[in-house]
Design a protein around this ligand. Structure first.
Ligand code: PAF
Length: 297
């Protein structure tokens, strides 16, 4: 029987996955902070100029009724509070799938909810919000899902591989998350501090030099933490992402420009915590971490 997913975080990625799961035969309910007086809302998904309307069940976080499968797509700093808001609906059978930026949240969730069965994921699907519950699916990408040490896909995974055009079970999900974190550490804070697009990190020599210094530190921390392939290929991976997203404003730059809190604590903050554990100094990353914090409201 197809699982019933509840999706916490009705932003671009939450709406994208909720509608994809619904189209593949699952029930996918969007969890909203406030009661809206309706049992479903229409979610608009724009793709290549065409708009698809998907009638999607909604439920307020404060409602009752058990949640068996929970997908969390909030901002990293909202995860604990958001999961806390539905804690009364979770039980020891609930599977929680985390799809957020940064690292360190699994540990925090395990502390808060020791009985939850938690999975992690990362995606390169491109989506952005046009208006509330109206998104643009800008590009297809690869979604990796896994749980460290679990080589066989979870029973519910089959449905996900049908819902998304490209979705794999990754027994080394931590390595995939670390690589994404390392790339984000080299790009996001620098673009946020300099108010520039990703491509400027290659175009402006002084910024390109700073990217190299950041990569050197991140590679040393990666090696110490056992992420050898990230350490070896980091500079090339960062160069490729900068070239492939040259015209983009990074998510951290957008947060700063919108006067929102950033995810720096879960990106560079996590990297610095790992560096400290291994006795590694990372002055360039540390300085950016502090400068981004100063830009936050
Ligand atoms: O966080 C982001 O904005 C993206 O992951 C990336 C690719 C670093 C920049 O657009």
């Amino acid at each position: 029987m197809a699982a019933h997913w509840h999706v916490l975080g009705a932003g671009a990625i939450g709406c994208l996955f909720a509608t994809a799961l619904a189209r593949s035969g699952c029930t996918a309910t969007l969890l909203l902070r406030e009661r809206c007086g309706k049992s479903s809302r229409s979610v608009l998904v724009q793709r290549d100029g065409a708009i698809t309307e998907v009638h999607t069940p909604v439920s307020a976080t404060g409602d009752s009724g058990p949640i068996t499968h929970l997908l969390v797509t909030t901002k990293a700093y909202d995860v604990r509070g958001a999961v806390g808001a539905v804690a009364h609906r979770l039980n020891s059978d609930t599977r929680l799938l985390l799809l957020v930026n940064g690292m360190g949240l699994i540990e925090e969730l395990h502390n808060d909810f020791p009985n939850l069965d938690i999975y992690n994921s990362t995606t390169t699907e491109g989506a952005y919000r046009i208006a509330p519950l109206h998104i643009c699916h800008a590009g297809t990408g690869l979604t990796r899902i896994g749980k460290p040490g679990q080589t066989r896909p979870a029973l519910w995974f089959d449905q996900w591989s049908r819902a998304m055009s490209s979705c794999v079970w990754d027994a080394n999900i931590d390595s995939a998350l670390w690589l994404k974190l390392a790339i984000n550490c080299a790009i996001n804070p620098l673009t946020a501090v300099h108010g520039c697009r990703n491509g400027d990190l290659a175009r402006r020599p002084e910024l390109a030099m700073e990217v190299c210094r950041l990569c050197d530190e991140i590679a040393a921390i990666s090696r110490a933490a056992g992420y050898m392939s990230t350490a070896a290929g980091l500079e090339q991976a960062v160069t490729d992402v900068i070239a492939g997203t040259a015209n983009n404003r990074s998510s951290m730059l957008q947060d700063v420009q919108n006067r929102h809190r950033t995810e720096i604590d879960y990106i560079t903050g996590y990297l610095l915590a790992v560096a400290r554990r291994h006795g590694i100094e990372a002055p360039h990353n540390k300085s950016l971490f502090e400068r981004v914090h100063k830009l936050e409201p």
